[in-house]
Write a protein that binds this ligand. Structure first.
Ligand code: ATP
Ligand code: MG
Ligand code: MG
Ligand code: MG
Length: 469
């Protein structure tokens, strides 16, 4: 039986290879073919043009284990990390793809066979969803696979519903789209959560493991849904989620990869309680940060680099919370390379660059972290009500390098909201002042920086994003 995450990754690829799929390498986290996408966030990204018919490959079936980051843009799971058992900023998505080759019957049968025959998951723990009007998929599950009808749940668009499921996939406002079917695993009634399609589905009891998309239509600008002449299939299964099931644990953070990363982080920082939430956050964040640097992203004040900076700083803050007295984050890289096995090829090749970049960022931030946290503490103690004002959030950002979501992370631990709109206003005001100051042709940075609190701002100046007054 495949037990380790590495074995599971290989077993998945081997299963689909045996069924005629080309095994394709994971692509970079920086999408090569899509400037609108922050980071690669799904297996299908690298095949987008193939699905659109703009790119031809020598194969019509492919399978991958794709590294993904969901820490910004449309899919942002940053705030879930440390709070749910199943979300990471970085994860691997196992996928099989049909480019105008097989469709619903085979896609459903492949998934079910892999889960129940190869992995031997108990069928009674599984339930599935289909799009509300997709009778074809419903009947395949019922008649061909034999799933009991009360375990086949019809889910619509859920427009505006507070819970997550939405079983209609689309690439954009126009273009390929179609219904999904998903497979969920029930971890047992000792865990809070409800079946998909209920308001409690966002709990961690029924966990979505596999999402299968049937690209069936081409949506026109006028809303018309033209059937695609050659419908396609795109699927994604979270490697860490399926590993948790096979390793007999509930949370992704208890699988082999995370157990080792958490133990290492605890050892470096000197923590005894391995169940501490901050260790999970650090173990999660080292994966996204190290792989992002390996794929060429560097901490900076804009775009992808800023998202990376935010994640690193958040990890460093959690280390500080655990009592770290020295740099610790980059020291996790060797363990990460070891636990990621085959998936760490590129990371291994750039290990030195990655460690250096993470270390430099941590050192830079560590200088102002303590003072910023002190200021935040004071502000929270003096706070009346449950919302921290935008001016304070801005000062933490401007003077101490606290990205707004870092401040929000600290506040959330104390049930306090952050006035993000107020922060934006303060930012806009600063930009306006900077522009005005620029008109005089004087180096205001040189003149005005002598206020004792600006030690941190040095790197802001480097990227031209500098606080002026
Ligand atoms: P969820 O509803 O649990 O947030 P999703 O519907 O957003 O998941 P998909 O976009 O369908 O996820 O991605 C395909 C699969 O990738 C999911 O079924 C899940 O197994 C896995 N997955 C998605 N997001 C994450 C994440 N943040 N961390 C780990 N695995 C994930
Ligand atoms: Mg999600
Ligand atoms: Mg979902
Ligand atoms: Mg999904």
């Amino acid at each position: 039986m495949y037990k380790t995450t590495a074995e599971l990754r290989s077993a998945f690829l081997a299963f689909f290879a045996k069924n005629g799929h080309q095994v394709v390498d994971s692509s970079s986290l920086v999408p090569g073919n899509d400037p609108t996408l922050l980071f690669t966030n799904a297996g299908m990204n690298q095949f987008k043009d193939v699905f659109l018919g703009l790119d031809k490959r020598s194969y019509t079936r492919a399978t991958t284990s794709q590294r993904c980051v969901r820490a910004g843009g449309k899919h942002n799971d940053l705030d879930n990390v440390g709070y749910t058992a199943r979300h990471h900023t970085f994860f691997e998505m196992l996928g099989n793809f049909s480019f105008g080759d097989y469709f619903k019957h085979d896609a459903i049968r492949f998934a079910w066979t892999f889960l129940t025959e190869d992995l031997k998951l108990p069928k009674e723990r599984l339930c599935v969803t289909v799009y509300e009007t997709d009778d074809e998929a419903y009947n395949i599950w019922k008649d061909e696979i034999g799933v009991p009808e009360d375990c086949i749940i019809r889910i619509g668009d859920n427009k505006g519903a507070p819970y997550a499921s939405d079983n209609f996939w689309q690439m954009g406002d126009t273009g390929p789209c179609g219904p999904c079917t998903e497979i969920f695993y029930d971890h047992g009634d000792h865990i809070w959560g409800g079946r998909p399609g209920t308001p409690e589905e966002d709990g961690d009891r029924f966990i979505e493991i596999w999402n299968i998309v049937f690209m069936q239509f081409n949506r026109q600008a006028d809303g018309a849904m033209d059937p695609l002449p050659k419908p396609s299939v795109d699927t994604g299964m979270g490697l860490e989620r399926i590993a948790a099931i096979l390793q007999g644990v509930h949370s992704n953070y208890q699988i082999d990869i995370f157990t080792k990363l958490i133990a290492k982080a605890a050892e470096i920082i000197g923590v005894e309680d391995l169940s501490n939430n901050s260790l999970k956050v650090i173990a999660d964040h080292i994966r996204s940060c190290a792989f992002l640097v390996a794929d060429g992203v560097m901490p900076s004040n804009e775009g992808r680099g800023y998202v990376l900076r935010r994640i690193i700083r958040r990890a460093v803050r959690h280390g500080n919370k655990l009592g770290a007295t020295d740099t610790f984050f980059y020291k996790l890289v060797p363990t990460l390379i070891e636990v990621m096995g085959d998936a760490a090829k590129e990371l291994k090749a750039s290990q030195e660059i990655v460690e250096k970049a993470l270390k430099a960022e941590e050192e830079q931030f560590a200088r102002t972290l303590e003072r910023g946290l002190g200021m935040l503490d004071q502000a929270l103690e003096a706070l009346k009500g449950d919302t921290l004002d935008g001016e304070t959030v801005f000062k933490l950002y401007d003077t101490y390098g606290f990205p707004v979501d870092l401040t929000a992370d600290v506040c959330r631990e104390r049930n306090i909201n952050v006035d993000e709109a107020g922060f934006e206003t303060a930012m806009a005001e600063q930009r306006r002042r900077a522009q005005e100051a620029g008109k005089f042709g004087t180096d205001y940075n040189a003149v005005l920086k002598i206020d004792g609190e600006t030690e941190f701002s040095g790197y802001d100046n480097l990227t031209g994003n500098s606080p002026v007054v």
